[in-house]
Ligand binder design. Structure first.
Ligand code: ATP
Ligand code: MG
Length: 423
């Protein structure tokens, strides 16, 4: 490890080579979101702690142990662990229902104090959508279809869509009782977390990633058997719509998700071969959340996907993007160096990507930098070239050397010709 200071555990730098993957994905994702009529919202990274405790839920892992919370003056503030609560807060605050803004998307960092491992960071990044005020099964299917399209746009191939309904608020009490009855006899064999979850929120036990807990709850009652007629009809409608769209969905009765605000539809997209961090996207319906946060009774449906996990699933995390540049200008002598900056500026104005080394290294040093820059051609300019009015051009990919124009317009045209020739 070099350097006295290191980034914090679970926080990492994105270096060139990786950032290009992010930029490419973001560009594709924004096109998709636009195609679905979603518009981007950017919310702050810091919020009042209460927003998250109220919405995500006191008994959840996120609120219970994963939040970065601190005092700012007299206020308790928290680095956002997720964005849905914030988007709802903003939706209410800005009266977006009156503005007709009901399809919102976001992208940016989220923070959770978890045990860092592959695909699990303390600062990670989410892209997500929220659809307000549309409670139909079609809305669920459309939002899920967009989620599938985003995962595909990231380059993830083998995916599986898991879906469930956790019913309405009136489903929960009866199911809760039945679940408690089934789990109490084996309570002592559950993990520590689940033992404390059991009485506060037994649904969480179904969500536990520990194998033992999953085995112990394998025969527990299924929430689908407790659905109200309305919730059942809605769920059947969602499944029918997905089928209509040609989207294969697997009903997974254990899928309850880690946030308290979900009702009815919950779903996850998993990527094959990712181990226990295989969930790349998760979401569901949260019809009571806007109201719970002080707004009107407006329904909501959305999802969030983890960018780091998407890139791992797409096999891009260890495939750095090679640099690309049209030209690297190499100068020999003070006269050439003086004319280089105006030259590269004029080239850039003509749409040519170009870099150079202003620090006066020798030919060898500059050629080495040219090689690493990813430039297709090195343009050598020295006294000779200046007196001849022709630059020496080295082909950095193919090898070989030729003469080329030394003026910006000529060199830009030459570069465009090369690009065309190479397609
Ligand atoms: P998990 O069960 O893996 O902890 P979660 O249910 O807590 O995930 P959500 O709150 O639904 O996750 O967040 C949506 C997505 O954000 C996840 O599917 C995942 O891709 C990503 N994500 C969540 N937590 C992390 C993290 N600590 N590091 C990286 N990505 C994460
Ligand atoms: Mg989690």
């Amino acid at each position: 490890m070099a350097g006295k200071y290191q980034s914090l555990r679970g926080f990492r730098d994105l270096l060139p080579g990786e950032t290009e993957h992010w930029q490419r994905f973001e560009a594709r994702a924004q096109r998709l979101l636009h195609a679905y009529g979603f518009r981007e919202i950017r919310v702050p990274h810091l919020e009042a702690t209460e927003l998250f405790t109220r919405s995500v839920g006191e008994a959840t892992d996120i609120v219970g142990k994963e939040m970065f919370t601190f005092e700012a003056g007299r206020d308790s503030v928290t680095l956002r662990p997720e964005m849905t609560a914030q988007v709802c807060r903003a939706y209410i605050q800005h009266g977006m229902d009156r503005l007709g803004l009901n399809r919102l998307s976001y992208i940016g960092p989220a923070f959770r104090k978890e045990r860092p491992q592959k695909g699990r960071l303390r600062q990670f990044h989410q892209i997500g959508v929220e659809l307000f005020g549309e409670a139909s099964p079609e809305a669920d299917a459309e939002v899920i279809a967009l989620g599938m399209a985003i995962v595909t746009a990231a380059g993830v191939a083998g995916t599986k869509l898991l879906i469930n309904s956790i019913g309405d608020s009136d489903t929960r009490p009866a199911f809760r009782d039945a679940l408690l009855e089934a789990l109490r006899p084996v309570a002592e064999q559950l993990c520590g977390d689940c033992q404390s979850r059991l009485e506060r929120n037994p649904l969480r036990v179904l969500d536990c990633k520990k194998k033992k807990c999953q085995e112990l709850s394998a025969d527990a009652p299924a929430i689908l058997d407790f659905l109200s007629e309305d919730a059942r009809t809605h769920f059947d409608g969602v499944l029918a719509n997905l089928e209509e769209l040609g989207i294969e969905a697997v009903v997974e009765p254990r899928l309850v998700r880690g946030l308290d605000y979900y009702v009815r539809t919950t779903f996850e997209i998993r990527a094959e071969g990712l181990g226990s961090q295989d969930t790349v996207l998760g979401g569901g319906r949260y019809d009571g959340l806007v109201r719970a946060l002080g707004g009107a009774q407006i329904t909501g449906m959305g999802w969030a996907a983890g960018l780091e996990r998407l890139f791992i699933a797409a096999g891009l995390d260890d495939q750095p993007v090679a640099p690309e540049l049209d030209l690297y200008v190499v100068t020999l002598g003070p006269k050439a160096r003086r004319m280089a900056l105006p030259l590269v500026q004029a080239l850039r104005a003509e749409g040519v990507s170009v870099s150079w080394d202003s620090s006066g290294h020798g030919l060898g040093g500059q050629m080495k930098r040219a090689g690493r820059s990813g430039a297709r051609f090195a343009v050598l300019i020295g006294d000779d070239e200046l007196s001849r009015g022709q630059a020496t051009i080295k082909d950095l990919a193919g090898g070989g050397q030729s003469e080329g124009p030394i003026d910006a317009l000529g060199l830009a045209r030459w570069t465009r010709d090369q690009r065309e020739r190479e397609g």
